[in-house]
Design a protein around this ligand. Structure first.
Ligand code: RB5
Length: 147
């Protein structure tokens, strides 16, 4: 699995923690920035990650900002992206099983690194259930295609 990573200045520290975790787990990733805590605009980092996931170059993406909200809004503008804002373990599992989310967003100012890494582990390790959930995703795709 290849994971595309992105953050703004509000999420860059948690992104570094996630990189260490992915390295320890032997999971391939690419960091699309940002690289320091100077103020930047989160859509500039959400877009390349979302495009890489939507194109199939990367299977999954992880986006971090202060709240995770801006990244989620921006990433979900890209066709084919199902970006889930997650701050608990139950939702991490459910959004993979039910929504087949392909990008995980979190807020560095919302949760600590311990919980965030647990969420990453669950989210990366959970499969989509398909079945009735596939039918619902197809309805979302129809909404997207009709825009
Ligand atoms: C940046 O200050 C902050 O607005 C951003 O990281 C994020 O929380 C936006 O949703």
């Amino acid at each position: 699995m290849k994971v595309a990573l992105g953050a703004d200045h509000g999420g860059v520290n948690l992104k570094e923690e996630i990189k260490k975790f992915l390295e320890a787990e032997g999971i391939e990733y690419e960091d699309f920035g940002c690289t320091c805590t100077d103020s930047v605009d989160y859509p500039d980092f959400a877009l390349p990650v979302a495009e890489k996931v939507a194109s199939g170059d990367f299977e999954r993406g992880i986006l971090i900002c202060g709240t995770g909200i801006g990244m989620t809004i921006a990433a979900n503008k890209v066709k084919g992206i199902r970006c889930a804002l997650v701050h608990d373990c139950f939702s991490a599992k459910a959004t993979r099983e039910h929504n087949d989310s392909n990008i995980l967003a979190m807020g560095e100012r919302v949760i600590g690194p311990g919980l965030a890494l647990e969420i990453v582990k669950i989210w990366l390790g959970t499969e989509f259930m398909g079945g009735r959930h596939q039918r619902r995703l197809e309805k979302i795709k129809m909404l997207e295609d009709n825009q």
